[in-house]
Structures are given as structure tokens and as C-alpha cells.
Ligand binder design. Structure first.
Ligand code: ADP
Ligand code: MG
Length: 244
């Protein structure tokens, strides 16, 4: 369902991703791990063109775009197929929880407000935050804000959800509630998910496949068992051990 071919990303003279080729199946949960600066966020951001690759072809849901020739219209269409959960939640500060969730439905999907509100209520319920529907971001904990961020990502009904270190800004005691919500989504939905995380126990539990990114490329991939238990790559073993 997602095919990425010869992806290359460059910032100025610095090549950040090169020759990345990967296919991801519909409904697959892929966890990306790797050292800081290895290009994990950049990789996710290419999928919704928050970062524009210099080369490569991305096929998403049958629509093919070539980085060299992609048009604004193609980018907009691509963005409708993906939703992102950000490390720093990226909620609108002057809008309440429910307004944040409604925002993309009303502005991007042109849904009417009543309908959007009904969807937002059911999503707030799903992430256990109906009691915070009228709270502003500053009135919520980091974990609650991120759960609103996840509800917002679900709101647009994208087929692919991209999570960029969804718990790395949280105090340790709040990490569990957010990972719990993501695990619940994995169990209940058949959405394709790409998750960047340093939470190795969680990665092992939810991933169908783990990708290890390093030096601008995917240097290993496999099932959690292959990566965490039977991996012969010393670099990856060391990485996993330093994190745990
Ligand atoms: P990761 O998410 O794995 O920590 P990133 O994808 O954020 O890595 O970054 C990969 C590399 O690209 C880093 O060296 C980073 O400094 C660089 N980089 C990321 N975004 C930009 C940008 N907008 N402009 C210039 N360099 C960038
Ligand atoms: Mg990152």
C-alpha cells in the first residue's frame, strides 16, 4: 500500500536520506528506531511532504508521486491520506480539546460543524478525555494533550498515521497512558501506522516490523523477534542496550 523508491533528502549540501526503498503493507504497524539525527523524522515527514525529497517516488493508496515533478495538488491529495502525531502535540493553544479535534474536519474535510462535533465527541471518548472536551491545552497534562493530538489525527480518517516520538516530551509517569491509547488503536483499527519511538518494550509489543535507520538509510529490518532477540548486528545490539 505504501511504496517508497530511491528516496533522497538533502538539506543544502547535507544528504540526510539516500536510496531508501521500502514497501509497507496495508494495516502494517512499522516502528522506526535509530540514533538521534539518523533521519527518522525526516523520513516520516516525506510521507506528507512536510519535507520535500529531492529524488524518489512515493506510492500511497495507488497514487504515485515523483518527488521531482510533484505538484501542489498532488501534495494536498497525499496529505489527506496521512495524519501525523507530533512530539510536541502541536495543539492550537487558543482552542479547546474538542475544537482542536474538529479543526481539520471542518477546514480540510469541509465537514459541517454539527457532524464534526459528533465525531470529535466519539474520539474524545475513545481516548478517555470526554471530561476535558472544553479544556484548553494549558489546562491539560502533557499526556492528555497528546491524547487529544491522537484523536485529532484519527479525525480526518486518514489511512496512514505517522507518530513522531509521541511520548518523548512527556514526564515518565505520563508515558504509559499515551502508549496505552496507541496500543488500543493498533488492536481496534486496521490502519497503517509508522511510529518513531525509543520505547523498546512498546515497540516489541506493537510492531509487525521494525526498521533501524542509521546514516541516512535503513540498515536493518525485521520482526521484533529478529531485531531484539536474534540480531547479529553489533551496532543495533549496542543501540538497543544503551536505550534499555
Ligand atoms: P531524527 O528524527 O532521526 O533524530 P531528523 O530527521 O530530525 O533525525 O534529522 C536528520 C538530520 O537532518 C539531522 O542531521 C538534522 O540536523 C537534519 N535536518 C533535519 N531537518 C532539517 C532542516 N529542516 N534543515 C536542515 N537540516 C535538517
Ligand atoms: Mg526526530
Amino acid at each position: 500500500m505504501i511504496t517508497i523508491e530511491h528516496l533522497k533528502v538533502q538539506f543544502g549540501e547535507t544528504v540526510v536520506l539516500k536510496n531508501v526503498d521500502i514497501q509497507i503493507a496495508n494495516g502494517e504497524v512499522v516502528v522506526l528506531i535509530g540514533p538521534s539525527g539518523s533521519g527518522k523524522s525526516t523520513f516520516l515527514r516525506c510521507l506528507n511532504f512536510l519535507v520535500r525529497p529531492v529524488e524518489g517516488k512515493i506510492t500511497l493508496d495507488g497514487a504515485v508521486v515523483d518527488a521531482k515533478t510533484v505538484s501542489k495538488r498532488e501534495i494536498d491529495r497525499m496529505r489527506l491520506k496521512t495524519a501525523m502525531v507530533f512530539q510536541n502535540y502541536n495543539l492550537l493553544k487558543n482552542k479547546t480539546a474538542i475544537q482542536n479535534i474538529m479543526e481539520p474536519m471542518v477546514t480540510v474535510q469541509k465537514m459541517n460543524k454539527k457532524e464534526a462535533e459528533a465525531v470529535a465527541v466519539s474520539l474524545l471518548e475513545k481516548v478517555g478525555l470526554l471530561h476535558k472536551r472544553d479544556a484548553y491545552p494549558k489546562e491539560m497534562s502533557g499526556g492528555q494533550q497528546q491524547r487529544v493530538g491522537i484523536a485529532r489525527a484519527l479525525a480526518v480518517n486518514a489511512n496512514v498515521i505517522l507518530f513522531d516520538e509521541p511520548t518523548s516530551s512527556l514526564d515518565p509517569e505520563l508515558v504509559g497512558e499515551v502508549l496505552g491509547v496507541i496500543k488500543q488503536l493498533v488492536a481496534e483499527h486496521n490502519k497503517t501506522m509508522l511510529i518513531v519511538t525509543h520505547e523498546m518494550k512498546f515497540a516489541r509489543e506493537v510492531a509487525d516490523r521494525i526498521l533501524f535507520l542509521e546514516d541516512g538509510g535503513i540498515t536493518a529490518m525485521g520482526t521484533p523477534q529478529e531485531i531484539f532477540e536474534n540480531c547479529s548486528n553489533e551496532r543495533i545490539k549496542r543501540f538497543i542496550n544503551t536505550i534499555n
